[in-house]
Each structure stands twice: as C-alpha cells, then as structure tokens.
Design a protein around this ligand. Structure first.
Ligand code: AVI
Length: 327
C-alpha cells in the first residue's frame, strides 16, 4: 500500500485522477472547498442511509408520504399526453420511492419502460436484477453514466415520450445558478410534451431545517468527515479528522443551508505529490449546500428554464414538494 502511495498519482492502478485534481484544487483555493458529490463512496452511502433513517432528517419521510399517498394522481399526471412512455429516473439509488409509482403504472396497465440512470454501476446492475422480481412485468433498462449523456442515449434508444424523475431534493445540492443551468440543460434535452417531476425541499421553520443537517447523533458530522477519511484512504493524505468540527448553518432569507468543516487548530495536511495544505485555526472547508425553496421560486425557476409548471404534490405538513413541469 505504501509503495503504491509513493507512485505518481496518475500512474497508480485504478487511481481517480479527477478526484485527486478536484480535491487538490479545492483545498488550495480560498476559501477552501470540497465537492459534495464525493461524499458518496461505499462508506458515505451507508452514512447517507443512516441520515435518511434519522429522526431529524424529515426530507425522505415527506417525499415517501407523497409517493405512497398520492401515487394514483402522480401516475395520472405522468400519463397525460399519451403512451407509450419512458420513465427516466436521474440518480435512481435503490428506487424505494419511485417503485410505488412503477407499481401503480403497472396496475394501470400503462405501456412504459423504466430507465434508471445512475453513476454507480453497482446501483444499476442491482436495480436491473431486483426490480423485475418485486415488480413482475416491469420493462427496465438501467443506464450507467452521467445524467445528460445517458439522457441522450435514452433518446437514441426510443422515440417515446419522456417523463424524467429527479427526486430526493437532489437539486438542492446545486447552488441556485447551477440549478437553473441544470434545468435549462434538461429542457434542451427534452421534446415538447415531455415532463419532469422534481422534488424540492421547501422553506420552513429554520430550526427544523438546521436540525436535519446537525442531527444529535452526529451522523451528518460523520458523513462530512468521511470525505476527509476518503481523501486519506484513496489519495494517501493524512487528515486528522478529530481536529475538524462540523458546522451547519441555515439562512432563512436566502434558503441556503450550508455545511462546513472547521479546523480546530493550526495544522498541516499532506497529500502526496502536492504542496502541503495549511490550515489556520478556525479556517473552514465549505462542504455542501442544501438549498430550500418557496413554491413560487420553483415556479419561476421552471419558467426561466423553459418549462411550464403543471401540478404540485405536497406532503401533509407541506414541507416538501414534488412538482410536475412540462417541456
Ligand atoms: C442528497 N441530498 C439531497 C441531501 C441533502 O439533504 O442535501 C444530502 C445530505 N447532506 C447532509 N444530509 C443530507
């Protein structure tokens, strides 16, 4: 292992150069930052499952309530405009929530194919193998890769009308301008009449939001620290994770919830083949944004990116919305 770490990064077998470059650039920048997409290695996936199951993290339960209690109405909205259709899910994960919609569409004998898209090959092969067993008759074609590349592939596979699911408030992990650019690009990749169903976490009591990202058990803290551990594991760095404090804050005016890791002392971190990274005491690494919206903002967002908002589905507390836009 040590010998492997002494090799030039680009020469190591299986080395993720993109990860290395992003980490080094982020830690050499002012202020320091890391890309939240790197939270999700095997350990990060497990910690995220624990976050979703913890009491304070309301988002999953709210969206689950929408997809279990309003399944027929969501199916009706998706099927408007005729069949057959391709139901595409961006970042499908284990499809727990969307499988309720799939079951409903099967019960209604809709002519559709489910195309989950995920960056993880493991996720896609597991969905391809398990979903047809729990949902007999399901036509599934999992696509492993980047969202827009796979959307193009889906368009090339069939001319069917597309309904794109983008759930879990994943859009919240993009800063506002990036989220808008993402929606505009999504629109450019669809045809008139195609639809998207997007999950947004809504503005609510600031304490409720903050608690979701600062849970008492410290799972979110571990989730953040795991990225430093991942950098140690995969890039041979020497972060002392006990010397970083997890700090989450929510600004009710802008709706942005942000998390940081704050250095508890002046310290240095070594990453092979690059300059030493210096941390002043109290210097922070910006880790993640989880943007919260008003319904009105989501509608403006739809319009600015070339969609027409059609219908919105809320949970009973109106903390979360899955909103349907037509291209
Ligand atoms: C995946 N994403 C929507 C989560 C969120 O709520 O922003 C990620 C997360 N980060 C900390 N807790 C959950």
């Amino acid at each position: 292992m040590e010998a492997l770490m002494r090799m030039k990064p680009a020469l190591r077998p299986g080395f993720n150069n993109r990860f290395y470059d992003d980490v080094v650039n982020g830690l050499q920048a002012t202020p320091k930052h890391l890309d939240a997409k790197y939270f999700y290695d095997a350990e990060g996936d497990k910690l995220f499952q624990q976050i979703m199951a913890c009491g304070e993290y309301y988002l999953t339960n709210c969206e689950m309530e929408i997809f279990t209690k309003q399944t027929a109405d969501i199916a009706k909205a998706a099927m408007q405009g005729g069949q057959p259709l391709d139901l595409i899910e961006l970042g499908a994960g284990d499809a727990t929530k969307s499988s309720h919609l799939l079951r409903e569409l099967l019960a209604q004998k809709a002519d559709f194919t489910y195309l989950p898209i995920d960056i993880s090959g493991h996720v896609i092969s597991s969905l391809n193998a398990t979903l047809p067993l729990s949902l007999p008759g399901l036509k599934i074609k999992g696509l492993q890769g980047e969202y827009f590349e796979m959307l193009n592939k889906a368009a090339a596979i069939s001319p069917n009308r597309k309904v794109v699911l983008f759930m879990g408030a994943n859009i919240g992990n993009m800063p506002l301008p990036d989220a808008e650019a993402f929606c505009a690009e999504l629109r450019d990749n669809l045809n008139p009449g195609d639809m998207v169903i997007i999950g947004f976490d809504l503005k609510k009591n600031p304490e409720t939001i903050l608690a979701a990202y600062n849970d008492r058990e410290g799972i979110t803290k571990q989730f953040n620290l795991n990225l430093l551990k991942r950098i140690n594991r995969e890039l041979g760095a020497d972060f002392d994770v006990d010397q970083f404090h997890h700090y989450a804050m929510y600004d009710p005016e802008t709706g942005s919830c942000k998390s940081y890791l704050v250095s508890l002392k002046e310290q240095q971190v070594h990453i092979p083949d690059t300059e030493v990274i210096h941390f002043a005491k109290d210097e922070y690494i910006y880790m993640e944004i989880s943007q919260k919206y008003t319904l009105n903002q989501t509608e403006q967002f739809a319009i600015r990116s070339g969609f027409k908002p059609v219908i919105s589905f809320f949970d009973s507390k109106e903390w979360f919305v899955d909103t349907v836009w037509v291209a």
